[in-house]
Design a protein around this ligand. Sequence first.
Ligand code: ZN
Ligand code: ZN
Length: 295
Amino acid sequence: MEIGSTLRLGLATCRVNANLRQNSRMMPFFYDTHAHLGYPDFERELPAVIERAKAAGISKIISIGTDENSSRNALKMAEIYPDVFAAVGWHPSDAQDAPEDIRPLLRELATHPKVVALGETGLDYYRLPGKGNPAAAVIDDRYKAKQLSLFQQHLEVAAECGLNCVIHQRECFEDTFRVLAPFAGRVRGVFHCFANDAASMQRVLALGSLVSFTGILTFKNGQNIRDTLAQTPLDGFMLETDCPFLAPVPYRGKRCEPAYVKEISVTAAQVKGCSLEQLSQATCRTAEKFFRNLA
Ligand SMILES: [Zn+2]
Ligand SMILES: [Zn+2]
């Protein structure tokens, strides 16, 4: 009698568990692997932003630092919110304000258990202080040299600490690739907000690194990026918003937030010709392997 009721109870529990699994399968979850939650855009309503992400099935968010303050702030948010993680680093566009040797700071921040990667780091030739004017070439060269030095220091510390790097590159794919290449096998990079062609994507993957795609995927004029994604293997990319920038359609032009990974995922699944469940499994697994302590 007792054994029978235990059995019945056991079966009922099994059924409840199966139903729960069924329900969680109904809404595929995704991660926002690149968000700037520390931007003033979110200051007043961060709990609501995180709540909306959760409601949209975006179960983990990586907040990205761009200098010392924003990196420390990302860590603070990661301490408050269980589903928020942090990448710490110094953005190439802010290179001028960075110390010459950023390694002690990176080493210190990297010890935090919720740091999942270093970055964002990399190179950006889009906004040069001399605006590309030949008369200002010396200023631009000095600026580029500082970016290069900081990028190399991020990679060096990443190799030391067993972390990977979130890489920003704009109008300088070749230079960025050249700096990362010697670290292959020790550090992996994710070329975030990827907007280059399929041949470049294949070279990134050949290094053991990854690419990630933003809301630009959904833009009418984003066909070149959809073409690159179409050729990217399902286990070679991740999804991100880069919020508060780059809100996907139908929010284009408005402030972006992590919940909108949902819209990005719908377009990505269409481009890949796969189900949202398959996309969820592939991109989340890729992120869990790439980012330390995310799983
Ligand atoms: Zn970036
Ligand atoms: Zn960013």
